[in-house]
Design a binder for this molecule. Structure first.
Ligand SMILES: Cc1cc2nc3c(=O)[nH]c(=O)nc-3n(C[C@H](O)[C@H](O)[C@H](O)COP(=O)(O)OP(=O)(O)OC[C@H]3O[C@@H](n4cnc5c(N)ncnc54)[C@H](O)[C@@H]3O)c2cc1C
Length: 420
């Protein structure tokens, strides 16, 4: 079943405009092939576009120049000064035409931009926002540390003022795409003598600054998607501070809320995250095995289908809130938990159903490689962007109204509180 809402006349007109723009900038035949359900034709048109130099980076440049890359951002910084429903509608059109909703600069567009818009100076908005949208400068997020992940506010990386600069020392970990990023969103401790949430300050870090050392961490998928980042006497000018000194937690909350929305809003399947060449890989998978499955397997497939539909209802609820011009509420946390766990279950089942071919395959068997990679990568889904346990706490507190998770260290000065 497709969950959709009827467009108002204003929304329908905007959707037509966005579609006409896509038709104009994409390879001739791209939108028509999809509109006609011509998978083979679409594959050919896309291959032709790629031979002509089209790729996700070049696409970021195109969409970033158009305003459609971030409809909510102010016009003067590359957006449309639009409303929430416009963003929702553009995302729907991008997904329809197999284009990435965020693209390779997902942390820039999804996290850095909204934080700078909410808390940055005019000079910072002027300097960074357009280059984020066009993908000219990639961004990463330097929040987590070896001793501070879920309890992020307990972090230890120190920033000490020295005239017009800050001197930073510490270590970050799990920093996705740090090795290719131009800038990072950096959360530091500037006052250790006050409670943990009050002593933080937020900076923009240039990743090529002296004293920044990025060490890639290899994952079980074989790729090195995230890194350790060591900061040794790194000097950051005060004009790269975002928000006031000691206001870092307030700014970080903006980043974290946008992170949840960004992750919950996209499919966790890596193929659809970047805009898949194939139709929804989940539906393709179901089509491929459902007919020849054993009764028990059919039961498991049916169960997953039901769970997927249930998830779609919650996604629909969040999307229709956006279409009404509202921000989605706690369903962001619900979606993140459900999406992550469902993705693990479905990739588990895909590997199980493949039998021996799920763990050993002939070199060059792309389908088998993708299946195994999706299975291994899905382990991270319940950790990244907030673990399922912590998000469940949030649902318990904010949706169900249960008592708050106890945190005895919250009111203690950071340098006297117990921490891991
Ligand atoms: C693929 C991937 C990419 C990432 N990218 C980035 C990035 O780019 N930038 C960045 O800053 N971070 C990034 N992270 C880090 C991520 O945000 C943290 O891993 C996450 O917040 C959990 O922190 P932790 O790993 O320190 O685990 P911990 O916080 O140490 O948690 C350990 C276990 O304890 C549980 N737990 C902790 N507190 C509670 C509680 N109060 N109640 C119940 N259970 C609890 C957790 O659920 C978990 O099971 C990434 C992580 C992954 C997996």
């Amino acid at each position: 079943m497709r969950w959709t809402m009827e467009d108002s006349p204003e929304q329908a007109a905007f959707r037509q405009e966005a579609r006409a723009w896509l038709r104009e900038v994409l390879q001739p035949g791209w939108t028509e092939a999809i509109d006609n359900g011509d998978e083979e034709g679409f594959g050919l048109v896309r291959a032709q576009a790629e031979r002509g130099g089209w790729n996700f980076m070049s696409w970021m440049g195109t969409v970033g120049e158009s305003g459609y890359g971030a409809p909510l951002w102010p016009k003067e910084y590359g957006g449309l000064s639009g409303e929430t429903w416009m963003q929702q509608l553009v995302r729907e059109e991008l997904v329809r035409y197999r284009l990435p909703t965020f693209g390779p600069n997902i942390l820039g567009v999804g996290l850095a931009g909204p934080t700078i818009i909410a808390h940055g100076t005019e000079a910072q908005k002027e300097r960074y926002l357009r280059h984020i949208l066009t993908g000219q400068e990639l961004w990463c997020q330097l929040f987590s540390e070896p001793g501070s992940g879920s309890d992020l506010a307990s972090l230890s990386t120190r920033a000490v003022r020295d005239g017009d600069e800050w001197v930073i020392n510490g270590q970050k970990v799990w920093t996705s795409i740090a090795q290719i990023s131009k800038f990072g969103l950096l959360l530091t401790r500037t006052d250790p003598a006050v409670p943990k949430h009050e002593g933080l300050t937020y900076f923009i870090l240039e990743m090529s600054a002296p004293g920044v050392e990025v060490r890639p961490l290899r994952q079980m998928t074989g790729s090195a998607e995230f890194n350790e980042v060591y900061l040794t006497d790194v000097r950051v000018p005060d004009d790269r501070r975002v928000g006031d000194v000691g206001e870092g937690w307030r700014c970080a909350r903006t980043t974290l809320a946008n992170e949840r929305d960004t992750i919950a809003g996209v499919s966790l399947d890596p193929v659809s995250l970047l805009g898949g060449i194939r139709k929804d890989p989940w539906l393709a998978f179901l089509d491929g095995v459902a007919d020849r499955a054993e009764p028990v397997t059919r039961q498991r497939l049916g169960q997953l289908y039901i769970e997927n539909e249930t998830k779609q209802v919650t996604v629909f609820r969040a999307n229709s809130a956006r279409m009404r011009g509202e921000q989605p509420g706690p369903e962001g946390s619900v979606n993140k938990v459900v999406n992550a766990e469902l993705n693990q279950r479905r990739t588990n089942l895909a590997v199980t159903l493949a039998g021996m071919a799920g763990i050993a395959w002939a070199p060059g068997d792309q389908e088998a490689e993708l299946r195994a990679q999706a299975f291994l990568r899905a382990r991270a889904n319940t950790i990244e962007g907030g673990t399922s346990e912590v998000l469940r706490n949030q649902v318990a507190e904010r949706v169900l109204g249960l008592p708050r998770d106890e945190d005895p260290a919250k009111a203690e000065p950071w340098n006297r509180a117990l921490r891991s």
